[in-house]
Design a protein around this ligand. Structure first.
Ligand code: ADP
Length: 172
């Protein structure tokens, strides 16, 4: 029997969206163990703390992994993606690819990552068309202008975003 395949799906997940969840569902079909890596990413000035993002990802994606019978863990990381991948023994890195916007960045990053460790393959997955245009950044922007975000993120995430946006307004 071959060794179990380990995949990592890294991102900021600020917050996790239906696009991320669709990629996770697809990724779960490819691996025996999925580690979701939540990046610290202070440069992106996240709406949610690292701990909140980890908890939201675990809560929303955990049941999908359980239903798929895949070993699953959500961990935070603050290091080079390839070092994180090596540390968790990953065989593949899963990335979601949206239209042209993601391509240039992913193209460069994958090319450089192949030089750092040629044994870890990067796999690109496309979300269902109805989720392809969802981006965490836009979800936050829509919420800041009181737009409806319920079709872009799970309901508990939508509630948390609305609450946090209101709190950040009150702080100002
Ligand atoms: P990053 O900080 O790396 O952009 P994100 O949390 O935005 O992290 O996204 C993590 C991964 O999920 C990236 O590969 C991104 O391209 C992918 N992704 C995000 N939203 C979607 C979507 N709607 N469809 C497909 N892939 C997506």
């Amino acid at each position: 029997m071959s060794a179990p395949k380990v995949g990592i799906y890294p991102g900021t997940f600020d917050p996790i969206t239906n696009g991320h969840l669709d990629i996770i569902k697809r990724g779960l079909r490819l691996v025996d163990r999925l580690v979701i890596g939540v990046a610290t990413n202070p440069s992106k000035d996240p709406l949610f703390t690292l701990e909140e993002r980890v908890a939201m990802v675990a809560r929303e994606a955990g049941p999908l992994a359980e239903a798929a019978g895949v070993d699953f863990e959500v961990v935070q990381f603050n290091e080079l993606l390839m070092h994180f991948a090596e540390r968790v023994g990953a065989d593949i890195i899963i990335r979601g690819l949206r239209a042209v916007a993601d391509f240039e960045y992913e193209f460069q990053m994958t090319g450089m990552n192949y030089q750092i460790n040629p044994n870890i393959e990067t796999v690109f997955l496309m979300a269902d068309p109805k989720y392809q245009t969802i981006a965490s950044r836009l979800v936050k922007e829509v919420a800041r202008y009181d737009g409806k975000i319920s079709s872009f993120v799970p309901s508990r995430v939508a509630e948390a975003v609305v609450k946090r946006v209101a709190e950040s307004r009150a702080d100002r």
